[in-house]
Write a protein of this length. Structure first.
Length: 168
């Protein structure tokens, strides 16, 4: 009876060992990376091109999002400027005098708006103003700001505004 029990236990141990080796081998195969040799080289080249195309499309989308955001910011600045100009014009028409937001010695409250804008944004707007208005706006700005805006303006218009600023 002891011999039979020993053989049963030995057979059971052998089965557990075989089962363990089988599981260990299947796990080892699952962890191995797929060799590149098993995949056609032209497939790798095609997928690389596709990945590069997807990356280029993603980068272009991000660039367009940044541009859209910049345009929205500029549009908001222009709307604020239009609103401030409309309010100032309404006060001038209603009161017959200068707007109440003017600073002493400056002459134009709108100057603060142009001072807060970048020269590339302010230049096209000032290009369309008459010489007297442009001169009044520039009257409160620092020379550095005026130079940056004049540099971004149309050349002929910048010459005309410079002559008006110089008094000739």
């Amino acid at each position: 009876m002891r011999v039979i029990k020993g053989l049963v236990l030995l057979g059971l141990a052998f089965k557990v060992m075989v089962l363990g080796l089988w599981c260990w081998d299947s796990v080892a195969h699952a962890e191995r990376p797929v060799a590149e040799a098993s995949v056609a080289p032209d497939l790798f080249a095609k997928s690389r091109g596709f990945r590069e195309l997807l990356e280029a499309v993603r980068q272009r989308g991000e660039e367009l999002d940044r541009r859209e955001q910049a345009l929205a910011t500029r549009e908001a600045a222009v709307k604020a400027l239009e609103q401030a100009l409309a309010e100032a014009a309404g006060r001038v028409e209603a009161g017959g005098g200068a707007p109440s937001g003017e600073t002493t010695g400056c002459g134009v409250a709108v100057t603060k708006i142009y001072q807060s804008m970048r020269p590339e944004e302010a230049a096209p707007i000032i290009d369309r103003l008459d010489d007297a208005t442009a001169t009044r706006i520039f009257g409160c700005m620092r020379e550095k700001q005026i130079g940056a805006i004049l540099g971004a303006m149309n050349r002929e218009r910048a010459v005309a505004v410079t002559k008006a600023l110089a008094g000739g």
